[in-house]
Ligand binder design. Structure first.
Ligand code: ATP
Ligand code: ZN
Length: 596
């Protein structure tokens, strides 16, 4: 089989090994993925922007399907302490993005992991009385367990202590050294151990406190390796100007441009006093301050489509990292999105401050869908947001339990009572000339655009609007009363149920990036299998999926309402008094209908 590919598509398949068999374009440092080993390559030729090869069938197929995947990374979290809701926040958002991209039919390479070197970690391990390696194993595993509980579908989990990572970092450094961008010099300044960075004295608060960690920075003098960032000032300015989409959200590029324009200073990239790290090539006394995105970038797809990070490390990803990539002759990522902070009393929640919210507790108490939904819906992506339990319970109950769960449950209740759980028409014909159909189509398209733009909160909102429109339609049409009238009214009522259930089907696909388990349950209620749910694509949000004769499952609530602490106390009191009357929760109009 013969294939012609452009170099640009090749960029995604590069660098998986450091024993490349062929360098395609001598003017660019692109090395060909070892998929094209000598055995399966039959012939090869190249032109200025593409290459042509004849190779075995499988190889050609791999080359083609591997072109242009959506490769993206979260930060590799620092294992100085177990994960908290802040680290979970980035990863949950990343997972929603990954699931959306998969719905679009993209191959997704979703990379997360743990950053395991450095002074902070050596200190944390010593405090716990364990070796750095044991400490890293334990904490790294805690991340993996949390990702499982939060339904995170990552593809690669990178640990910076992995020998593969080490090899790539060394190769990278060697390139930067060879390019003359790494040099040795003394440095003296104020150092924040928590940031693992020398701070500009201008940035510090009174008593030399780090503005982020509120801990004193200490004067330090070290002989270090420096990266010649100042050499890249002009190039970075140009990159940002030519590429306004590079830094996101849209209010951030200016800030980054200002950092650059205020003058870029060389920065130290090695530490003399730390043993727990990767040695600088040819210098065992220094360890490298790692570029933890490196492995993800070069081994999985290059350049990454997106680095999703918190704004705390935006400077590193939008300024330092592109310069270092340029120095090593590698392309820069397509997009860097720096989201806002989850805060507690206005301060960034973080491991160093210890003011964190425990994601495991939240998941145990409320379930993964509720946690995912609350943080993605309630915090506008890019901005800061505060957590409050009251708000959490209110939002989750209002949107997931009432707007979606109740609507589905009462519609199925009516369908069971009046239609033996069987649809009387195709959803397409039932909705001819129907305004709800138009509304749903508009809203789901809005949701798609919002997901594309990483406006996750707005995407959720658009989907919930579909639920609101469905509830309104139900109340206006009052099918329960039309069924009682019989004849044409009853037929119209049966069609109304089809229309509402079709809206629910569309919700189940459109909200699945955010609340995957809930959406699976909705799908199953609509008479589909698990496999059908996992095979669904965004194109199926088009109106008309539900067909005449489809049999729905027995109605079963898809989302249990969360009892608020106040209600819980009432219930406990009621139980203590051993009253026989059933404690009644506040019934919404919707619930009454469902019970009717
Ligand atoms: N409060 C937060 N809100 C949102 N994201 C956060 C928050 N805290 C951490 N993150 C995420 O974790 C990344 C930082 O990872 P790191 O492992 O350094 O955690 P940290 O808790 O911020 O550590 P420290 O408090 O020691 O600075 C951020 O870029 C962001 O992606
Ligand atoms: Zn700091």
């Amino acid at each position: 089989m013969a294939v012609r590919l452009h170099y640009s598509s090749l960029q995604n398949t590069l660098f998986s090994s450091f024993s490349p068999m062929y360098s395609f374009n001598p003017s660019k440092p692109f090395l060909l993925y070892p998929l094209l080993s000598r055995q399966n390559l039959i012939s090869l030729s190249q032109s200025k922007d593409s290459f042509f090869c004849t190779c075995t069938n499988n190889t050609a197929q791999n080359l083609q399907t591997e072109s242009d995947p959506f490769v993206f990374t979260t930060p590799l979290y620092y294992v100085n302490a177990p994960p908290h809701m802040g680290s979970a926040y980035t990863t949950v958002a990343a997972d929603a993005i990954a699931r959306f991209q998969r719905l679009l039919g993209k191959k997704v390479i979703f990379i997360t992991g743990t950053d395991e070197h450095g002074e902070k970690i050596a200190t944390a391990a010593a405090t716990n009385g364990s070796s750095p390696r044991d400490h890293c194993d334990v904490v790294s595993n805690a991340y993996k367990l949390l990702w499982k509980d939060l339904d995170i579908t990552y593809g690669k989990f990178i640990r910076t202590t992995d020998p593969k990572h080490e090899a790539i970092v060394k190769e990278f450094c060697a390139r930067v050294l060879a390019n003359g961008d790494m040099y040795r010099a003394d440095y003296e300044g104020f150092y924040c151990v928590n940031c693992e960075e020398y701070k500009d004295e201008k940035e510090l608060l009174e008593n030399k406190l780090c503005p982020m960690h509120l801990k004193p920075c200490v004067p330090r003098k070290e002989d270090n390796y420096f990266f010649a960032l100042s050499k890249y000032q002009k190039k970075l300015e140009e990159t940002l100007t030519e590429n306004p989409e590079f830094v996101q959200p849209s209010f951030r590029p200016n800030e980054v441009q200002n950092w650059i324009k205020s003058g870029l200073k060389d920065f130290s990239i090695s530490r003399a006093s730390v043993d727990w790290g990767i040695p600088v090539p040819n210098d065992k006394n220094q360890t490298i301050y790692e570029t933890s995105d490196l492995q993800s970038t070069v081994s999985s797809g290059w350049p990454a489509s997106l680095h999703l990070i918190g704004k705390d490390i935006l400077r590193f990803h939008a300024v330092y990292w592109p310069a270092m990539l340029a120095s090593a002759g590698l392309a820069i990522p397509k997009k860097v999105f720096g989201h806002g902070f989850l805060t507690k009393d206005g301060m960034k929640m973080g491991k160093s401050l210890g003011n964190t919210l425990e994601p495991n507790d939240l998941v145990c108490e409320f379930g993964s869908d509720a946690v995912r939904y609350f943080f993605l819906k309630e915090v506008e992506f890019g901005h800061d947001g505060d957590y409050s339990e009251d708000r959490f319970i209110n939002i989750v109950n209002a949107h997931l339990a009432n707007t979606i769960g109740n609507l589905l449950n009462r519609t199925l209740g009516l369908l069971r009572k009046n239609c033996q759980l069987t649809l009387v028409a195709d959803s397409a014909t039932a909705a001819e000339g129907n305004s709800l159909k138009d509304t749903v189509e508009n809203l789901v398209e809005k949701a798609r655009v919002h997901y594309e733009n990483l406006s996750l909160s707005s995407a959720c909102e658009a989907v919930i609007e579909i639920g609101n429109a469905g509830n309104l339609y139900m109340d206006e049409q009052a099918p329960w009363s039309n069924f009682k009238k019989g004849g044409a009214a009853s037929e119209a009522a049966a069609k109304d149920l089809v229309i509402i259930l079709e809206a629910m089907r569309i919700i189940a696909i459109a909200l699945s990036p955010v609340t995957p388990s809930l959406c699976l349950r909705i799908y199953e209620q609509l008479g589909y299998s698990k496999d059908q749910f996992y095979a669904a694509t965004w194109s199926e949000t088009k109106w008309g999926g539900l067909k005449l004769g489809q049999v729905m499952a027995q109605p079963n609530p898809v989302f249990a309402r969360i009892e608020s602490p106040a209600e819980g106390e009432q219930a406990a009191e009621g139980a203590l008094k051993a009253t026989k009357t059933k404690t009644k929760t506040k019934n919404t109009k919707h619930q009454e209908v469902a019970q009717a």
